[in-house]
Design a protein around this ligand. Structure first.
Ligand code: AMP
Length: 457
């Protein structure tokens, strides 16, 4: 099996990897690192969870360290574009972790926050700049950022960029880059427009494809529970009676639904937080941090808020509602079973969601084991206590990752709930096990400040 030391990586990088507990490269790392070190362009078809961040960060860091020079003023030697602030932050943290013995600078820039600190960080010049497209374009248009000396350009999660309407800003940013540069392009899927963009950007790229759709699905212990819409809350609360449900990501289709589910869990005595596009940056960061720290057991999220977020050791993924697009089912269950580990996923399916389930099974080419919890009397008592609120207008699924200014409702009062009466039947999923020797980077408390920029200067 390939070892990191076989890939031609510098001692300082190998030391950081050993400190992180990484033992062997993941397939995308083994395939991509030698080519990127040889200055080739790369087309990586891979989802988060495959180790793709290290696949580009390690050879880039090595290139910067091998050819040291001052970072250009108002510019950067390496530009990484990521679709969401959470993902940008994670990428920045990875660069910082892997490059901790190299003395290079990393800065993360995203929207929704003040400009001042970002302008200051840019002015001095940065080795690695990780940015979301909208805010970087603002800085370019204001001439606060200049990219004409950038040596490496990384576009991460290109398909999500497309979903979020970022293709125009990306093309405008690319126009600021010098012609001579190395390009690394990553996308989980390859819709036509993304293939076209890759064709425009890449020159004779090395092509690496890992974890095609379905691979994650095979690793995750999946089940579907048939349940009436009105009793989903009771069923959800019942699942949390299982001790193995310790770090659980719950998906809803709408932002308001996420808040409602988080509130009802809190009312049932389960610590919960929600994360979606109407939450402020501070609220999102706090929710993620307390989930990562194990202070809340349940993080309730919409698809857009959760995509790309790397949270280690998610024990279970619960789909409170099935997604409208079958591919989202695969992305959701991929939040557990990170990079080779096992995980469990439970999907609730009401009668009016049967057609969505059919589509999912068709796309993933599998029949998901199902259990019928409709008319299950054991859920009755809890259900009576927690009816679905009546009279709410239907809401459209969340479409944008850009938060609005609306404050999010506070979570409800905490009441200690009595034991449920429905535990112990076949519908309980088993807790997930993490693969031996597998560990993500230690995420410290040094994430982005309220200013939307952090660096390791
Ligand atoms: P990514 O696909 O880049 O989001 O990485 C997913 C997770 O895998 C992150 O928590 C990484 O820290 C972790 N990881 C990446 N490469 C390795 C490796 N070779 N060994 C162990 N963990 C890794």
């Amino acid at each position: 099996m390939t070892q990191f030391s076989d890939l031609g990586l510098d001692k300082a990088l190998l030391k950081a990897l050993a400190e992180e507990g990484y033992e062997t490269p993941t397939p995308i790392q083994a395939q991509a690192i030698p080519g990127v070190l040889a200055a080739r362009d790369l087309l990586g078809v891979a989802q988060t969870g495959t180790g793709k961040t290290a696949a580009f960060a390690l050879p880039i860091l090595q290139r910067l360290a091998a050819e040291r020079k001052p970072a250009p003023r108002r510019g950067c030697r390496v530009l990484v574009l990521a679709p969401t602030r959470e993902l940008a932050t994670q990428i920045g943290e990875s660069f910082k972790t892997y490059g901790r013995h190299l003395g290079l600078t990393t800065t993360v820039i995203f929207g929704g926050v003040k400009y001042g600190a970002q302008i200051k960080a840019l002015a001095a010049g940065i080795d690695v700049l990780v940015a979301t497209p909208g805010r970087l374009l603002d800085h370019l248009q204001e001439k606060m950022a200049v990219l004409n000396q950038t040596e490496v350009f990384v576009l991460d999660e290109a398909d999500q960029m497309l979903d979020l309407g970022f293709l125009v800003p990306i093309r405008k940013i690319v126009a600021h880059l010098p012609k001579m540069r190395q390009n690394l392009f990553f996308s989980a899927t390859m819709p036509d427009e993304i293939g076209k963009l890759a064709g425009e950007l890449l020159r004779d790229p090395l092509k690496v494809s890992v974890a095609p759709q379905g691979t994650t699905a095979e690793r995750v212990n999946q089940q579907v529970l048939f349940i009436e819409t009105a009793r989903k809350r009771a069923l959800l609360t019942e699942l949390f009676d299982e001790p193995g449900f310790s770090r659980v990501l719950v998906f809803t289709r709408t932002k308001r639904g996420a808040d409602r589910v988080a509130r009802s869990l809190e009312q049932a005595g389960v610590e919960a937080a929600s994360i979606h596009g109407d939450k402020s940056q501070g609220q999102r960061e706090r929710a993620l941090a307390s989930f990562k720290a194990g202070q809340v057991r349940a993080l309730v999220a919409t698809d857009i808020a959760a995509r790309g977020i790397d949270i280690d050791s998610v024990t279970h993924v619960i789909q409170y509602e099935l997604p409208n697009v079958p591919e989202a089912y695969v992305h959701r269950i991929g939040r557990t079973a990170r990079a080779g580990a096992k995980g469990s996923a439970v999907a609730f399916c009401a009668d009016d969601e049967r057609n969505l389930l059919r589509d999912i099974q068709k796309v993933t080419r599998q029949t998901i084991p199902s259990f019928d919890r409709r008319n299950d009397k054991a859920l009755g008592a809890a259900t009576a206590a927690m009816p679905e609120p009546a009279g709410l207008r239907p809401e459209r699924p969340e479409r944008s990752a850009q938060p609005s200014r609306n404050g999010a409702p506070k979570s409800g009062a905490r009441n200690k709930r009595g034991r449920s009466q429905g535990g112990g039947d076949q519908a309980q999923a088993k807790p997930a096990a993490r693969g031996a020797g597998f560990k993500g980077p230690k995420r410290g408390g040094d994430g982005p400040a309220r200013t939307g920029v952090w660096s390791n200067r």
